[in-house]
Design a protein around this ligand. Sequence first.
Ligand SMILES: N[C@@H](CCC(=O)N[C@@H](CS)C(=O)NCC(=O)O)C(=O)O
Length: 260
Amino acid sequence: MFHIPICPFSQRVEILLALKGMEDALDYHVVDITVPRPAWLLEKTRGTTAMPILELEGGEVIKESLVIARYVEERFPTPAVAREDPYERAVENMLIAAAAELTAPGYALLMNQERARRAELRARLLARYAELSAFLERYARGRGPFLFERYGLAEVVYTPFFQRFYALEHYEGFELPDAPEYRRARDWVDACRAQPQAQQVTREQVIKLYYDYARGAGNGALAPGRARSSFAFAPDWRARPWPPREKYAGALSDAELGLV
Ligand SMILES: N[C@@H](CCC(=O)N[C@@H](CS)C(=O)NCC(=O)O)C(=O)O
């Protein structure tokens, strides 16, 4: 798998493999998002730049995290992670199909730079969480926090984004209110974040690496006045200071971020 470290889409595949006890099944080729893709890689993707891609034994290339996840699930069906019953699979797929409706407003709030828009963006995200909560209340089966009795494919798809939203808590102070309309979603988010096979990233790592997202520069882009992305591999994130919570107060320099 060719992937960008800390990419939430790649993490979907990593979680799925971990659930199957197949963490070592792939060779990982790390792609640096802060520099242009090399020509040999663009040849494999036929020109697209998004990662992850999976290259099979025979050289065939599969793109799109969800397509890759479903390929892994079908090729290695035991233990099953996706639902097997057709109705349950439909429920799972409805939830998966709605993922971008939650992640897009989450990233919009994270990347927003205008204080005046905060309340509106926050309200939009909360409305999506209320919808998620209502969906889970309507369709979830079983007594635990998950859609079905165990952590499954819908959880695999959402978990990386719930973990990226640690950055929303830090930079936007965004937390789901303790109110009935969000309660079911909150339980789901907490259980997804805590799933043992989904610990490929830590809260600290997300907050430090997503500083640039919080300043409006996504996907390894450079914010004005900066020479290094917060997604840079070195210096290691563990050695960098925690960025402050006040993202609207002003930009930090490469040096203040511990990037030089
Ligand atoms: N729909 C794709 C999205 C993948 C994606 O956006 N990956 C990001 C990294 S998290 C990326 O490669 N961004 C850089 C680019 O698109 O060139 C999937 O599910 O695999």
